[in-house]
Design a protein around this ligand. Structure first.
Ligand SMILES: NC(=O)C1=CN([C@@H]2O[C@H](COP(=O)(O)OP(=O)(O)OC[C@H]3O[C@@H](n4cnc5c(N)ncnc54)[C@H](O)[C@@H]3O)[C@@H](O)[C@H]2O)C=CC1
Ligand SMILES: O=C(CO)COP(=O)(O)O
Length: 331
């Protein structure tokens, strides 16, 4: 892969543009606001999302999606999941016919319960083997600072997968391949929901036992749902499953965990939404994950609890009481 278009220039899109450029790929980054695109090109910095990080010379930025997509053999999608369908419909006519379409997004569409790769296929008409996902313990700021991290790229076409792995392999970013696209994608979406619960626990003042219990039982419900959707259960023991769950549930950098922490500390939902400037996917996706689980007859008690706290006005204290008083059962 030699030329990538990254849409758009938020925290992760900008960071991943840097990864691609550091791996030797020419990158055009799409920013919605022309002034941000101009500032990125002129200053080599995205001061809105990654202040203090110098962007490589291999990145140019534009506010024109057609210009960003012109000649791209890799199209990277990194916007809030619930906005993908609408945005992609506008971008689709400009996407080169053979380009690989890579989703960095970690959400499930509300209403349709589609994974992002499914939305990409539906909107663009691309064959499923052209669509890939990247998921793992990848907090943007740490990667932008070139702290070592690993990730997983998944695609059903082995040639595209290998090319993708090479296109984003740098001295600080190590991608593994996995053919299980469904499992990788689901792991990324559900961990955001579990991280909300871990944040609530943090906000209530609970410690490591509580977090470890949530991570482990969260992984169990992710794997149950994954299996029902045809994922490989082993994927959930890897970077896109346990790896991402541990990082997100533990890190103060996580927007989902921070959102939950605010609720746990007693902030109202409205105050928390107002205080959250970046995308916390789990707040919306908890509902679609629950819908998906119900459609497949899978029990997801932590996800249910997160929906009650984020949407039905249940208090964090009551949430913990309900999780802990569920019927006792074998592990
Ligand atoms: N930030 C991180 O550490 C990581 C984020 N992700 C995932 O990447 C995706 C993007 O997240 P971030 O870059 O972190 O979010 P962000 O909030 O930092 O940036 C969002 C980007 O989307 C654009 N955007 C917002 N609303 C839009 C709309 N209605 N239409 C078009 N564009 C819109 C913004 O202008 C911005 O460029 C999410 O699915 C997230 O779960 C995945 C791994 C790491
Ligand atoms: O996906 C992430 C880390 O892998 C980022 O998590 P947040 O979206 O909660 O910040």
């Amino acid at each position: 892969m030699t030329r990538a278009a990254v849409l758009s220039a938020g925290s992760w899109g900008t960071t991943f543009a840097k990864v691609l450029a550091d791996a030797g790929t020419e990158v055009t980054l799409h920013a919605r606001r022309p002034e941000l695109a101009a500032a990125i090109t002129a200053d080599r910095e995205n001061a809105d999302y990654l202040p203090g990080i110098r962007l490589p010379d291999g990145i140019t930025a534009t506010a024109d999606p057609a210009q960003a997509l012109d000649g791209a053999d890799l199209v990277v999608l990194s916007i809030p999941s619930q906005t993908l369908r609408e945005n992609l419909a506008g971008w689709a006519p400009h996407i080169p016919a053979q380009a690989t379409l890579l989703s960095l997004m970690k959400g499930i569409e509300l209403g349709s319960t589609r994974r992002m790769s499914e939305v990409v296929c539906e909107v663009t008409g691309a064959a499923p083997e052209r669509v890939a996902v990247l998921s793992g313990p990848n907090l943007a700021r740490e990667i932008a600072e070139e702290q070592p991290a690993a990730t997983v790229v998944a695609c059903t076409d082995p040639d595209r997968l290998e090319a993708l792995q090479a296109a984003c392999h740098t001295r600080y970013f190590r991608p593994y391949t996995n053919p299980d696209l469904v499992g990788c994608e689901l792991g990324g979406a559900v961990k955001n929901v579990i991280a909300l619960a871990a944040g609530v626990a943090e906000g209530l003042g609970f410690g490591d036992n509580t977090r470890a219990s949530l991570i482990t039982r969260g992984l169990a419900e992710t794997a149950r749902l994954g299996q029902a959707l045809g994922a490989d259960p082993l994927t959930f023991a890897g970077l896109a499953g346990l790896g991402d769950l541990v990082a997100t549930c533990s890190s103060p950098l996580s927007r989902n965990r921070t959102f939950g922490e605010h609720l746990g500390r007693g902030m109202s939902l409205e105050e928390t939404v107002a205080a959250t400037k970046q995308t916390a996917e789990g707040v919306k996706s908890c509902r679609s994950v629950l819908d998906l689980a119900r459609a497949h007859g899978v029990e997801v008690p932590i996800t249910e609890a997160v929906v009650r706290v984020c949407h039905d006005g249940e208090s964090p204290v009551q949430m913990v009481r309900e999780i802990m008083s569920r019927e006792a059962k074998p592990e």
